[in-house]
Design a protein around this ligand. Structure first.
Ligand SMILES: *Cc1c(COP(=O)(O)O)cnc(C)c1O
Length: 370
């Protein structure tokens, strides 16, 4: 039998039979998109799950971020402080919104943007901050809000990884002016493609609703330069079939996380992720392969591959190392982000990994490094 391949993510899928009644309801109503009944239903359910006032569903997380930024009506070309240690969409959305990303370093121990680096990068042209709750781990939301309040800046969190995360700061998605979540197939909760804007600000929610639908306020009125970022009824149906079981999916991820923590603890040269101090969603399992290790990160990545274990180098390269972003590099020192990008490796973590799969990853990992 061929060795099965283990990937970093594997989307949970509902049974096709479960989908049929929802498809029938779509066929019956003939409303396929444009804020249909399933989109409305999923929005209400997510508002309750996130304990937030407003959710606007979008076609994907990238469009959600673009629309959230557009809705703030920031000066065109103004500076938005963000992190180079993220998926490229964090920065591309800022540029698509007509703004200029300014990249600052991440914290020394951790993967999130450094609040002191943000404070040091504020200029008179700064209009907003876009931090990322990297791997779902909460940013220092209080320090970031203090900086924003002090300088009159907006804050939009890229919470693409943070579905279902809570912290002692309360519901993580309630911080800043808004947060965006991604429902891409590889994320903890998915709708094939999808995402949302979460905000407690009713006026901002109204602007986002306009922005995702070309700006249409009524049949004859267009307000602002909108885009098409709507979620379809089909994608909402997929979401409705997962929302009730997402806590179970997160619990299954937690088991995998704990299995790794235990089995890999003997590999002293690597730093394992910690879930201390917040309710994690176990969306990723990032390890840091230090210089003391027998193999460097890339060699380990290749070694695991030869055992059918497809780890991923999230996030490498840094966004600032992509040629397309060279104009935004600005000579900032990003030593912490650089080190994380060189050392990080995300191991497979998803609800369908069984003990045998996890053991296989761990034995390949320990065999390579011990
Ligand atoms: C997945 C992701 C996005 C983009 O979400 P899509 O739904 O794929 O458009 C944005 N930011 C981060 C950090 C992500 O991981």
């Amino acid at each position: 039998m061929p060795k099965s391949e283990l990937f970093v993510a594997r989307p949970n899928l509902p049974e096709i039979e479960e989908l049929l009644p929802l498809l029938e309801s779509i066929w019956d109503s003939s409303q396929l998109t444009n804020n249909g009944p399933l989109v409305q239903k999923l929005s209400r359910q997510l508002e309750s799950y996130f304990q937030t006032a407003h959710v606007t569903l979008c076609g994907n997380g990238t469009l959600a971020l673009i629309c959230a930024l557009k809705s703030l009506k920031l000066p065109v070309g103004s500076e938005v402080i963000t992190t180079p240690y993220s998926f490229v969409a964090t920065a591309s959305a800022i540029v698509w919104a007509g703004l200029k990303p300014v990249f600052v370093d991440i914290e020394e121990d951790g993967f999130n943007i450094s609040a002191s680096a943000i404070a040091a990068a504020v200029t008179e042209n700064t209009s907003a901050i876009v931090p990322v709750h990297c791997y779902g781990k909460p940013c220092d939301v209080q320090a970031i809000q203090d900086i924003a309040d002090h300088h009159g800046l907006s804050v939009i969190y890229d919470a693409a990884h943070a579905f279902g995360v809570d912290c002692d700061c309360g519901s993580l998605l309630s911080h800043g002016d808004a947060s965006i979540v991604s429902f891409h197939a590889t994320k903890v909760f998915h709708t094939f493609e999808g995402g949302c804007v979460v905000t407690k600000n009713t006026e901002l929610k109204e602007q986002v609703d306009l922005a995702i639908n070309f700006g249409f306020r009524s049949e004859t009125e267009v307000d602002g330069i909108g885009i098409n970022a709507k979620m379809s009824e089909f994608n909402a149906a997929i979401g409705l079939l997962q929302i009730d079981r997402v806590d179970d999916l997160i619990a299954a991820r937690k088991k995998a996380h704990e299995h790794y923590n235990q089995a890999l603890a003997s590999v002293a040269c690597v730093t394992l992720p910690s879930d201390k101090g917040y309710r994690s969603n176990y969306s990723y399992y990032p390890v840091l392969v230090s210089k003391e290790c027998k193999l460097d990160r890339d060699a380990l990545y290749n070694e695991l591959k030869s055992f059918g274990v497809f780890a991923r180098r999230y996030f490498f390269p840094l966004i600032t190392d992509f040629e397309s972003y060279k104009d935004f590099r600005k000579g900032n020192d990003l030593p912490n982000a650089q080190r994380a990008a060189e050392q990080v490796l995300c191991l497979p973590i998803h609800p369908s990994l069984d003990t045998k799969d996890l053991d296989r990853v761990c034995s390949a990992f320990t065999r390579a490094l011990l």
